[in-house]
Ligand binder design. Structure first.
Ligand code: F6R
Length: 610
């Protein structure tokens, strides 16, 4: 989903900062790129289809000079990826330039209306309509704030906007509704962007914006307004000041630091990510409070999408076994099915690394409106999930730029395993209390380090696999298998299907023929997977069993065994032992097949549309 940025500096040239910000936003979409700069009372635009690297090479963007500008990286919604549909979009006079993340739902009627009033609309985008609406509103009033408020009142749907107006040099206007947007307040200037990583070069003092807020940034200050049913009001400066948060992430953490791809850098950063997450969570009063809430709830729902959902499955598993608490894991986009039974005694554990995923937020908002209490688990301080949750528990994985979630997955599993153990303690069902999870997890840094080291040669060796594959597991292994298959599919473009191993003989085994790759994710709760491995092998499948080295399984010759670090029979550590192999397999298979693991086709890291 597109990334936007706007910068206004006291001195110097904003272009390189915008371009660097766009590089950090590229995970949000890479269909096209564009920049607009204010220079000499005009708005100058460069834009093109393709990635930021090709844009910088082709579009002479670096020759633009000015202290104030906006930029955009696109994940196409309205209209195909091409130069014309690339943002920024302008009004008829070329005085207003707009970049946008989101979807305007009343696009068709607005387009017809504007065309009927004589506007020449040249792109297929919904964004261009905003520029034309602003043109009309701005010509009727001296104030761009008024014009923007009136324009916003005409829009239905979601938007994060950054806008330049040639008659107001030095200002970037912004607005937010259901798409993420933050302000960054720096010594040398101010910025607005879809996420924190894009503005780390400007400042680490940020203000997360709320839905319905809009305003402007200038080099010396900011003004925020709030839409109201009758118009708008200004957010008092004291309130603005009180909302400032300091972000610990550094610009270096958001750079490739010499690695060929963010994905491999982030895989290697996992020992650090899990350790910092463990250290930050272990004595966090929020975690203890969340566990008491879960312990006392009537129903526990675990809501998330994609990889975060897979971390949620591991949580649900541990919660049952460690705390004897039943919970329902829910794929966020399916949330409506469960609404009828949600009430004040429901606790929702919502997991989202970005804290901005549309479906997860939609689920949380609906359940909250029905009385549920929300425990948010997120990697991003100040994200929408952080702000709407009753309690937030943070993962401390640092910025994750690679589109595939890797280090944030294991960081989520760290915090959620602790949460399950603490809930077990709160319910008095664990002999050793929370020590049952605290002790093994205190070694998690070392375990992940060893897992990466021992997985790497296997992953490189198997990177040439072609065609389809199964990834089977039982119990905890079946949940890890789902994450493994997602990584292989989205990064290496190999069809990988995860299945509960015991269930595989009820249909899927029909596909197995000589040489068909079958991975087994063996976990200590389910030694029976050995039988499933043998069934697959007997049909000619190429069976590869990934397991903790100390897990004794009777495996006949001909089945490949990939021994990973020992778990000493403790399921708590097994996701950390097994998942890195599949992340590395996906990574090396993608590289071998000539794909860019940081830019998987059709995907954007943070899905801010329905
Ligand atoms: C897969 C991946 C996605 C995200 C999903 C949820 O590697 O990254 O499946 O996990 O879009 O994103 P968050 O966690 O930000 O809600």
């Amino acid at each position: 989903m597109c990334g936007i940025i706007g910068i206004t500096m006291r001195r110097g040239n904003a272009t390189p900062i915008i371009v660097e910000g766009l590089r950090r936003l590229e995970y949000r979409g890479y269909d096209s790129v564009g920049v607009a700069l204010q220079s000499g009372g005009r708005v100058e635009i460069r834009k093109a289809k393709g990635t930021i690297d090709s844009f910088v090479r082709k579009a002479s963007v670096m020759s633009l000079r000015g202290q104030t500008g906006i930029g955009h990286t696109r994940w196409a919604t309205h209209g195909p990826p091409n130069d014309v549909n690339a943002h920024p979009h302008t009004d008829c006079r070329g005085e207003i330039a707009v970049v946008h993340n989101g979807v305007i739902r009343n696009y068709s009627s607005l387009r017809e209306e504007l065309a009927a009033r004589g506007h020449r609309i040249i792109s297929d985008t919904d964004t261009e309509l905003i520029a034309h609406l602003l043109e009309e509103e701005a010509s009727g009033t001296g104030s761009m704030v008024d014009a923007l408020a009136r324009t916003l009142s005409r829009l239905q749907g979601s938007y994060a906007l950054a806008i330049l107006y040639s008659r107001e040099p030095g200002r970037v206007y912004f607005a937010k509704m259901h798409s993420p947007l933050i302000l960054a307040l720096g010594e040398e200037g101010n910025a607005v962007a879809s996420d924190i990583t894009a503005v780390l070069d400007v400042s680490r003092r940020i203000i997360p914006l709320n839905d319905g807020e809009f305003g402007w940034i200038g080099p010396e200050g900011v003004e925020i307004y709030r839409l109201t049913p009758s118009g708008y009001t200004r957010v008092p400066p004291r309130e603005v000041e009180s909302r400032v948060k300091f972000i610990e992430w550094t610009p270096e953490a958001a750079s490739k630091a010499g690695y060929p791809h963010f994905m491999i850098k982030e895989i290697y950063e996992q020992p650090q990510a899990v350790m910092e997450t463990f250290n930050g969570a272990v004595d966090d009063p929020a975690l203890a409070e969340a566990s008491r809430l879960i312990a006392g709830a009537r129903d526990v729902l675990v809501v998330a999408a994609g990889t975060s959902y897979h971390a949620g499955l591991v949580f649900s598993y541990h919660l049952y076994r460690l705390a004897r608490r039943h919970s329902i894991p829910i794929i966020a986009s399916e949330y409506k099915q469960y609404s009828p039974a949600v009430g004040e005694d429901t606790v929702v554990v919502a997991v989202s690394q970005s804290g901005e995923t549309y479906d997860t937020l939609a689920a949380v908002r609906e359940y909250q409106s029905l009385g549920a209490r929300i425990v948010g688990v997120t990697n991003v301080v100040g994200s929408a999930l952080d702000r709407i949750s009753d309690i937030t528990v943070y993962t401390r994985a640092g910025p994750e730029i690679g589109v595939a979630a890797t280090k944030t997955y294991l960081a989520q599993v760290t915090v959620l395993t602790l949460l399950a153990g603490y809930t077990g303690e709160a319910r008095g069902v664990l002999d050793r209390g929370a020590r049952e999870v605290r002790e093994p997890l205190s070694r998690v840094h070392e375990v992940v380090n060893d897992a990466i080291r021992s997985s790497e040669p296997y992953a490189k060796q198997l990177a040439g696999l072609e065609g389809s594959m199964y990834i089977l597991g039982r119990g905890l292994g079946s949940h890890i298998a789902r994450e493994a298959a997602l990584k292989v599919k989205e990064i290496a473009y190999l069809h990988a299907e995860a299945y509960p191993a015991g269930e595989s003989k009820h249909g899927p085994i029909a596909l197995v023929e000589p040489g068909f790759p079958v991975f087994i994710v063996a976990t200590s709760d389910s030694p029976e997977v050995a039988g499933n491995a043998i069934e697959m092998h007997s049909r000619g499948g190429r069976v590869m069993v990934t397991k903790p080295a100390d897990m004794g399984l009777e495996i006949p010759r001909g089945i490949e065994v990939l021994d990973l670090p020992p778990s000493h029979g403790d399921p708590v550590l097994e996701p950390f032992i097994l998942a890195p192999f599949y992340q590395l397999l996906a990574y090396y298979a993608a590289v071998k097949r000539g794909y860019d693991p940081d830019k998987p086709r059709n995907l954007a890291k943070t899905v801010t549309v329905e």
